[in-house]
Design a protein around this ligand. Structure first.
Ligand code: FAD
Length: 528
């Protein structure tokens, strides 16, 4: 006889930020909610942890922009202590020939920087930002909508009409931009606008973040767009830092959830979803405990449902089985004795360039080579690396005078060729990343006091990110909007009645947005 773990209106599998958001909205309407998280700490991929004695940092996700202002307001995150600071400027690109590019800090400042490479590119910048923002506004408008669900019948007419209206209002040129940004490559999009490499590299970097693709591959322009629909403190497109790291966001969410009466159990891995009379009616934990609930909400990766519902047959199994999930990302945290001293902009005292997103990938061609090399050999010896040094804006993370850096590296395949495995290769790949940074900042390698490495396999083991995909599945056209996670399942309702998906595998996809959790809660409450 299984141990009984209680009876609830809703049980949420996983306490990632979307699960927390969903639970908060459900509890606000009086539902008795229990969250079950297999890790020892709630927050999913948005957590801050100590990784070296005295040094803390965001473990996975590391920078904030996409978190929806409505979620921040509704969950009273600022009242629970969340403070987000903007970067002084967005990006710093050290270049191999001793030059550099700084982007951000106001349009005039960026134009002055870009003009050092191309006067024409500098002149085109304001129009580029304007046109991209028009399209980003369409995305913003659709974020909080439930996408029209294929096969949903007459009830889907309203969402379909709302989506069409958002597009129809745009001038024809902007409609063309929407079509292009959803289909063409980032390189094709950027080549239309600019002629110099550094600015194309800076913008194009977003198209390969969490996306195993060459920037010359069709579809990559959308991933670029996905990274610009956010804002920091009302400033559109900006990226910032949550004081205390990304864990500060989920700590504030947890406080609100608990204030609304949500019960959060950690160290509680769910093994199976119980289905009775064609309806989800609870879950069974790995230790055999059974929990009964009227609604089951999954914050886990969509493919987790295949194992959790072994007896639920149907064509959904093939669709979810084909769901593509690999972002080919490699994540490191390093504890630093001193700041990187860049050959192209020397100095070991904290300066604005240390406080920005430092992109070590000087051109689109470089990114293409990194992709091709990873495609053939698993990962490139010259990887694409972005480094952030959050301790330059947040003194809660490292001892005085010392620093922590987040290294986010692209194009490290989940499945290595020739039977090689990540447990044997993790340290060697980490060394290649350190070499890459040291090429631009010669004191870097010697300044590292400790490091924590997360290979794609580690991301899967630690956070349940299937295939190591940071977004719970690729952001490709066949896995977006009405097709996320699969056609017919875009309304957050899963293959059995009473079962919902509230994580990043649902519209609008990955990133610390809180939006899938918000939208799923609305649909659950509608069904009540
Ligand atoms: C390395 C990395 C870097 C990133 N960088 C950024 C960034 O800088 N900015 C940004 O906006 N986004 C970033 N992202 C993406 C973003 O972090 C994720 O899209 C987002 O955090 C996912 O939130 P979620 O709530 O949907 O799911 P998750 O955070 O994945 O939470 C799901 C939770 O479910 C739990 N779970 C899974 N299975 C079970 C089970 N069977 N039983 C119980 N619990 C279970 C997991 O342990 C996890 O806690 C990054 C992600 C990664 C991995």
């Amino acid at each position: 006889m299984p141990a009984t773990g209680g009876r609830y209106d809703a049980v949420v599998v996983g306490a990632g930020h979307n699960g927390l958001v969903c639970a908060c909205y459900l509890a606000a309407r009086g539902l008795k909610v229990c969250m079950l998280e297999r890790r020892a700490v709630a927050g999913g991929a948005a957590v801050t942890e100590e990784f070296h004695p005295g040094f803390r940092n965001s473990t996975a996700s590391y920078t904030v922009s996409l978190l929806h202002p409505k979620v921040i307001r509704d969950l009273r995150l600022a009242e629970h202590g969340l403070r987000i600071v903007e970067r002084p400027f967005a990006n710093f690109l050290p270049l191999p020939d001793g030059a550099y590019l700084k982007v951000g800090g106001g349009i005039e400042a960026t134009q002055r920087e870009v003009a050092r490479f191309s006067r024409r590119d500098a002149e085109r910048l304001p129009e580029y930002y304007r046109r991209l923002d028009v399209v980003a506004d369409v995305l913003r408008e659709l974020l909080l909508e439930t996408p029209p669900n294929a096969g949903g019948g007459i009830s889907e007419l309203l969402p379909a009409w709302k989506s069409a209206r958002a597009l129809r209002r745009l001038p024809l040129a902007a409609q063309r931009d929407v079509l292009d940004l959803f289909t063409i490559s980032a390189a094709e999009w950027l080549d239309r606008w600019f002629e110099s490499d550094p600015i194309k590299a800076c913008f194009g970097f977003d198209s390969v973040v969490g996306n195993f693709a060459s920037p010359y591959a069709p579809g990559t322009a959308y991933v670029l767009l996905h990274h610009v629909f956010g804002e920091v403190n009302g400033k559109k497109g900006a990226w910032g830092h949550a004081i205390g790291g990304m864990g500060a966001i989920t700590r504030a969410m947890r406080r609100e959830a608990e204030a609304r009466g949500v019960e959060i159990r950690t160290g509680a891995a769910v093994e199976r979803i119980v289905v009775a009379a064609g309806r989800a009616s609870g879950v069974v934990l790995a230790d055999g405990t059974q929990i009964t609930a009227k609604h089951v909400v999954s914050n886990a990766h969509p493919r987790w449902l295949l194992g959790a519902l072994p007896d639920v047959a149907g064509e959904w199994r093939e669709a979810f089985g084909n769901y593509r999930s690999e972002s080919a990302t490699f994540r490191m945290n390093v504890a630093l004795a001193e700041l990187p001293d860049f050959a192209s902009l020397p100095g070991r005292e904290a300066a604005d360039h240390h406080r920005s997103g430092i992109i070590m990938a000087p051109s689109l061609a470089f990114m293409d080579r990194a992709w091709a090399s990873a495609n053939a050999r698993g990962w490139s010896g010259e990887p694409i690396v972005e480094m952030l040094i959050p301790s330059t804006v947040d003194d809660s993370l490292a001892p005085p005078g010392k620093h922590v850096a987040s290294l986010f590296c692209q194009h490290f395949r989940y499945a290595l060729p020739d039977g090689r495995d990540w447990d044997a290769e993790r340290e060697r790949a980490a060394d290649a990343v350190m070499e890459q940074v040291t090429r631009f900042a010669p004191n870097f390698k010697a300044s590292v006091l400790g490091r924590r490495i997360l290979s794609p396999l580690d991301l899967e083991r630690e956070f349940g990110l299937v295939g190591g995909d940071i977004f719970h599945g690729k952001l490709s056209l066949n896995q977006l909007f009405s097709a996320r996670p699969a056609l017919g399942f875009a309304s957050y309702r899963m293959p059995v009645k009473g079962l919902y998906l509230c994580g990043s595998g649902a519209h609008p996809g990955g990133g610390v947005t809180g939006v899938p959790g918000h939208n799923a809660a609305r649909e659950i409450l509608r069904d009540l």
